[in-house]
Ligand binder design. Structure first.
Ligand code: P1T
Length: 385
């Protein structure tokens, strides 16, 4: 069977990869080289210089493209470097309409680095398509979606956003970091570019920082390859190799992340010290019908608010956890806990945080693949006060 026709779980293992032609090595080697020999000027085997092309990075780029259902993939030194490359397609005066609930670092990149070059960013509640439509102008070049959102787990209707993007001929970019292509494939729903912080679930082991793009259209992909080569924010071959290795078990890990995420969300919802729990799988949440339609399951990210919504209480809880580690990041095999207001979303102005529900009592969990009963017991002891 042609490898391009494989199903998802087979693509994680084989997508974009083949045994090394020179040695037969089954795993893509780590081509730790900056440059490649030429037999005469301009005569080479498709590789000249590792900023432009590197065989290990190329295998990863093909892998992520295959998982997202397209032909064009790119890998960068971090998720933010991938976002940076997308924004460099724009010109002064262009507008980006973005979800208002998004990773604090993405907000910081938009506002502190690109606003000064004349890009205009509008942050809207994307759960409400009418609000998005009202923000669109002929200057809108990108609609930027995160779904589920970081850290409030809001679900945004990708197909509805694709229709709006088409109306104004804007590109729809989806940050698919929280869902991964195992749960959600935005290109099939009308997105033009899918971005990942591969630092998270794709790598899966908290041992690297890397970003990827998967692109639907050849012309857009060519622009991005030119930016990647011109700006040079590429990942190294070792990190590309580790990401490829992580991707091979993405489907297995995601199944357990989803099971454990469900167990933790349901446990917290019934806990007397907990005020609210945010997880896309609750049937009474506004995003539930959309999540059911566009996601295969609901993922391993869960946020919750402690009853008194006080920093002191949230801080006590996250510091008392023993199986969960208090740390930034998410998507690794081990469970992590974070305090968005002071950690991942500290870059947002306090009024933006308040508008989005990122209060001092909010805690975000990245539920790992340990035994669920150990995770629940850990939460039980940390919430005892
Ligand atoms: O950290 P980096 O690989 O540069 O990716 C940035 C990024 C982009 N998009 C989303 C949805 C993200 O969550 C992140 C990084 N987030 C964290 C470090 C965090 O703890 O939320």
């Amino acid at each position: 069977m042609a490898k391009s026709k494989l199903h998802f779980n087979s693509l994680t293992v084989h997508g974009g990869q083949k045994p090394d032609e020179s040695t037969g090595a089954v795993m893509t080697p780590i081509f730790q080289t900056s440059t490649f020999a030429q037999t005469a000027p301009g005569q080479h085997k498709g590789f000249e210089y590792s900023r432009s092309q590197n065989p290990t990075r190329q295998a990863l780029e093909k892998s992520i493209a295959s998982l997202e259902g397209t032909e064009y993939g790119l890998a960068f030194g971090s998720g933010l470097a991938a976002i940076d490359a997308v924004l460099k397609m724009l010109a002064p005066g262009d507008q980006v309409v973005s979800t208002n609930d998004l990773y604090g670092g993405t907000y910081r990149l938009f506002t502190s680095q690109f606003q000064k070059f004349g890009l205009d960013f509008q942050f809207v509640d994307m759960q409400n398509p009418e609000e998005v439509e009202a923000a669109l102008t002929e200057r809108t070049k990108i609609i930027w979606v995160e779904t589920p959102t970081n850290p409030m787990m809001r679900v945004i209707d990708i197909a509805a956003m694709a229709q709006l993007a088409q109306k104004v001929k804007a590109l729809l970019v989806v940050d698919n970091t929280f869902a991964t292509p195992y749960l959600q494939q935005p290109i099939g729903l009308g997105a033009d570019i899918v971005m990942h912080s591969a630092t998270k679930y794709l790598g899966g082991h908290s041992d690297l920082v890397l970003g990827t793009l998967a692109v639907k259209d050849a012309k857009v992909a060519q622009q991005l390859y030119a930016i990647q080569n011109s700006s040079g924010a590429v990942c190294g071959p070792m990190d590309a190799f580790l990401t490829l290795r992580g991707i091979k078990t993405l489907h297995l890990r995601m199944q357990r992340h989803c099971e454990n995420g469900r167990a933790v969300a349901q446990y917290l919802r019934n806990h007397p010290q907990v005020d609210a729990v945010y997880w896309p799988g609750f049937e009474d949440q506004p995003g539930y019908p959309i999540a059911q339609r566009q996601m295969k399951d609901f993922g391993g990210m869960v946020s919750f608010r402690v009853k008194d919504d006080q920093l002191k209480t949230a801080s006590k809880v996250v510091s008392a956890l023993q199986v969960f580690t208090l740390a930034e990041s998410l998507g690794g095999v081990e469970s992590l806990a974070g305090h968005p207001a002071s950690m991942t979303h500290a870059a947002l102005p306090p009024e933006e945080r308040a508008k989005n529900g990122i209060t001092d009592g909010l805690i975000r969990l990245s539920v790992g693949i340990e035994d669920a009963q150990d995770l629940l017991a850990d939460l039980e002891q940390a919430l005892k006060f």
